[in-house]
Write a protein that binds this ligand. Structure first.
Ligand SMILES: [Zn+2]
Length: 337
């Protein structure tokens, strides 16, 4: 052995741990290993998840115009309304008028939330091609939100699944409170994976994991995703983040690192949750698309059109957009920059 080789051999015990301690090697390894999906399907939930949280009734023509603007931006999937009892959510009382009023663009899916068979029938009357059902990962949230246990809520959806299948209607599932609940606090990852698997087994083509109150952190998201992916293949998962603590983008990227390529977002950051009072907005679609394009991830969405839609609806609601990207666009325009 040459003297140089001997020195290297002696040093290795110090050099290798040093490199790892300073994350040099681990970062290089991770940098090469990290693969984001090259394309993300953005599911726009503003007209439903966003507007259902508004206490003042939004006129039907405004909702219709919003959905039309969103479809013009290139979004291919828009959750447009909910077929729930107007006693529960008065904002969605015009569900049929909205579905009839929108200009349907080819290639765009206009879906709707349905809580039961009655809602599904009502949705079918206006030709809805895709519906969404939901289950909570928190027992208390389920009781307070829909007045029954998680198990009972899943049982109720079996009929919805059966009739949807018979009529060739696609069904998407939501799991709410995947990392935290306003009543129970932290949620165990095992509770989430069970509900997600149950929804898949029932026939949902995709299950969206919802941080309904926006309390997810990278660490809790990782733990939850690891557990869910033991039971549900990544191709059947989507992520749905709220931005209460400003973590929605980080949590979304975390899910993308796991291979998830479907992301829910709400234009203008509309929304919250009527049953979770401290939930602020959803992840703003403009912010999501801006970030994805900056990562060279394709969305098929035109950001300028999207910003216009976010500004439009927030102006109708009498306030500024909650999207940081939307706001920056607007101030650049008004300053002529
Ligand atoms: Zn939501």
């Amino acid at each position: 052995m040459t003297s140089l080789a001997r020195s290297c051999f002696k040093l290795r015990g110090r050099v290798i741990p040093y490199l790892f301690r300073h994350r040099l090697v681990s970062n290089i390894v991770r940098g090469y290993a990290t693969k984001y999906p090259s394309e993300v399907r953005v599911v726009e939930v503003g007209p439903r998840d966003g507007l259902q949280n508004e206490s003042q009734f939004v006129p039907t023509p405004v909702k219709v115009e919003l959905i039309n603007m969103l479809s013009r931006s290139g979004l291919r999937q828009i959750e447009s309304t909910a077929f729930v009892s107007p006693k529960w959510i008065p904002q969605m009382a015009d569900n049929q008028q909205v579905m009839r009023g929108i200009t349907k663009r080819p290639g765009v899916t206009y879906s709707a939330l349905v809580p039961n068979l009655k809602g599904l029938h009502s949705a079918m009357e206006v030709g809805v091609q895709e519906v969404a059902i939901f289950g909570a990962a928190s027992e208390t949230f389920s009781q307070k939100n829909i007045n029954c246990s998680i198990q009972e809520s899943l049982k109720r959806f079996e009929e919805v699944m059966k009739v949807s299948k018979e009529n060739n209607i696609k069904v998407r599932g939501y799991v709410s409170c995947v990392v935290g609940c306003p009543y129970e606090g932290d949620i165990t990852p095992g509770a989430v994976s069970e509900v997600a698997k149950a929804l898949c087994d029932m026939g949902c083509y995709e299950v969206s994991l919802g941080d309904t109150i926006g309390v997810g952190k990278r660490r809790t998201m990782v733990a939850m995703l690891e557990e869910v992916m033991r039971l549900v293949p990544v191709e059947r998962l989507a992520i749905h983040c709220h931005d209460t603590y400003g973590q929605a983008l980080v949590n979304t990227v975390t899910a993308m690192e796991f291979g998830i390529s479907v992301v829910d977002a709400s234009v203008g950051g509309l929304g919250g949750c009527p049953y979770a009072l401290n939930a602020t907005g959803n992840l703003a679609t403009e912010d999501l698309v801006f970030m994805l394009h900056g990562m060279d991830v394709n969305t098929g969405v035109d950001l300028n059109h999207l910003v216009d839609a976010g500004v439009y609806i927030n102006q109708c609601l009498g306030r500024k957009t909650k999207s940081r990207v939307g706001e920056a666009h607007m101030s650049r325009q008004s300053s002529g920059a």
